[in-house]
Design a protein around this ligand. Structure first.
Ligand SMILES: Nc1ncnc2c1ncn2[C@@H]1O[C@H](COP(=O)(O)OP(=O)(O)OP(=O)(O)O)[C@@H](O)[C@H]1O
Ligand SMILES: [Mg+2]
Length: 345
């Protein structure tokens, strides 16, 4: 055995195997035996003159909409899948470089969460980018399955569990039993669509132009899916479209309820369709165990109430909805033999 392969083996045994939730909004990386080491927005800034990555994550997010022409700040994923391959690789590279100083020696095994509605081509793109970043072996897990595992559901038994993962780009509603997805409904409506709906609403009703990042801040601070909760408000500064100058308006939770009605309805419809297509025995299990809401969108105030009203089934939000998927993928990399059944062939 050569010196290098020996060294590789040593590093391997030190536990560099990892798990990754490459999300539209956030990227999380989990290292076997260590836990979560990266939890940052999925954003990368690239110097187009040299093709070098100059910032990733939180730092790169500050660049969005504020760059000179030769710097490209971008979100490489759209609707849960890689939309810009080079940017995605630059971003993954940037995150890994932070965690591992001498990465060329590592070649880890990686578990990666992917949307369940993903196409062959999209799967290929995820795998290629991970191999490019130095992975030795890649296991893909459907995100709702990972989220269920991460939230602590018992997915191994022949019992129906319902999971709704509302991310940035996609909402996935899955019914799980025996480590498999029995039924899944995936729509490309989630947090990003809510941000866009809020931006459109402010433009239409207040003639205020804001970018999606500001709309997202408004959603997180005062957003709600139902008018029943506590009424909050905040001042939002944007561009007055008729005069072109800056303008500040007071926006309330009630405004946001109205603004996000369409995407919220689309999510409720998807949940309704999934339950309609679920066999009776599993449905009875779900009625007893409730519906798990996860992904950052699950934090939208009042969404659980709406789901309960519509389905007549208790809905509960995961303890830490933003980390469910990476924790599930992490559990899989801790013991790949046990979780073999959840890996996509
Ligand atoms: N308190 C909050 N209220 C409402 N939405 C929130 C809150 N916190 C985060 N979000 C939203 O959650 C979304 C990000 O969730 P998450 O990190 O689960 O998505 P992702 O995994 O990156 O995306 P996807 O799974 O679609 O690829 C964003 O749209 C963000 O605005
Ligand atoms: Mg996600």
């Amino acid at each position: 055995m050569s010196f290098w392969s020996k060294l590789k083996q040593i590093f391997g045994s030190l536990g560099v195997d990892m798990a990754m939730d490459l999300g539209t909004a956030n990227t999380l990386i989990y290292v076997k035996g260590r836990g979560i080491v990266v939890n940052e927005p999925s954003v990368v800034a690239i110097d187009t003159r040299t093709n070098r990555t100059i910032a990733v994550g939180k730092e790169a997010r500050e660049y969005l909409g504020r760059t000179p022409p030769w710097i490209r700040a971008t979100r490489p994923l759209k609707d849960g899948v890689i939309a810009d391959f080079d940017a995605a690789m630059g971003m993954i590279d940037g995150f890994l470089a932070r965690v591992f100083k001498r990465r060329s020696l590592l070649s880890p095994r990686i578990v990666i969460g992917v949307p369940s509605g993903i196409t062959q081509v999209e799967k290929r793109a995820v795998k290629d980018s991970a191999y490019h970043a130095g992975a030795k072996k890649i296991f893909l897990v459907e995100e709702p399955m990972a989220a269920a595992m991460g939230a602590g559901l018992d997915v191994e038994r022949p019992i129906g569990n319902a999971v709704v993962d509302i991310g940035g780009g996609t909402t996935e509603v899955a019914v799980i039993s025996l480590c498999a997805t029995v039924y899944c409904e995936s729509i490309r409506v989630a947090g990003d669509e809510m941000d866009e709906a809020i931006a459109r609403y402010l433009l239409r009703t207040m003639h205020l132009e804001v970018n999606p990042a500001i709309a997202e801040q408004v959603k997180i601070r005062i957003g709600a899916a139902t008018p029943e909760g506590e009424e909050k408000s905040m001042d939002v500064t944007g561009k007055e479209v008729r005069r072109g100058g800056p303008r500040t308006v007071r926006v309330t939770s009630a405004h946001i309820v109205e603004a996000v009605e369409e995407p919220v309805d689309a999510i409720l419809d998807a949940i309704g369709r999934a339950l309609e297509n679920t066999p009776a025995a599993l449905l009875a299990d779900i009625k007893e165990r409730g519906i798990l809401l996860t992904g950052g969108g699950a934090l939208m105030s009042g969404l659980d109430i709406l789901v309960e009203k519509m389905t007549g089934i208790r809905a509960w939000v995961a303890d830490d909805p933003l980390t469910s998927v990476v924790h599930g993928c992490g559990e899989a990399i801790e013991d790949p033999a046990r979780w073999e059944r959840v890996f996509i062939a």
